[in-house]
Design a protein around this ligand. Structure first.
Ligand code: HEC
Length: 104
């Protein structure tokens, strides 16, 4: 129903506001990434600093089209998570990237 509604609204020309924070939580990303504290996984702050001014590159990474730059030695763990993002639209990936980058 939600999908149908979204498709209908999209067809009708409404831009649906996509919430990057909601996506980050609903896709399970928050289970590993803390806002500011580095654990086994880099914090959102550390990722935002590494990708400052590189939003397009971050979107490419989320699509699986760019190499990791934050902690390449642990990329195997992160790589497995990218499949959760395969179904996202470009607008959703952009919102997700903007949410991550807001943690500088
Ligand atoms: C099982 C734990 C885990 C989950 C869940 C997880 N990540 Fe990660 N993530 C990591 C680890 C470990 C790294 C460090 C390796 C790396 O830099 O790629 C990382 C790195 C990253 C990076 C930096 C990539 C770079 O350039 O090095 C981004 C961006 C990222 N994660 C986004 C996400 C998003 C979005 C989600 C939700 C779909 C997510 N992560 C879910 C463990 C996780």
């Amino acid at each position: 129903m939600k999908k149908f509604l979204a498709a209908t609204l999209a067809l009708a020309g409404f831009a649906l506001a996509v919430d990057g924070k909601t996506l980050f939580q609903s896709k399970g990303c928050a289970a590993c990434h803390q806002p500011a504290a580095d654990t086994v996984e880099p914090s959102l702050k550390r990722i935002a600093q590494a990708y400052a001014g590189k939003k397009d590159q971050l979107i490419k990474f989320l699509k699986g089209e760019a190499q990791p730059i934050v902690d390449p030695a642990k990329f195997a763990i992160m790589k497995a998570q990218l499949t959760a993002l395969k179904s996202l639209s470009d607008a959703e990936l952009k919102a997700l990237a903007e949410f991550i980058l807001s943690h500088k």
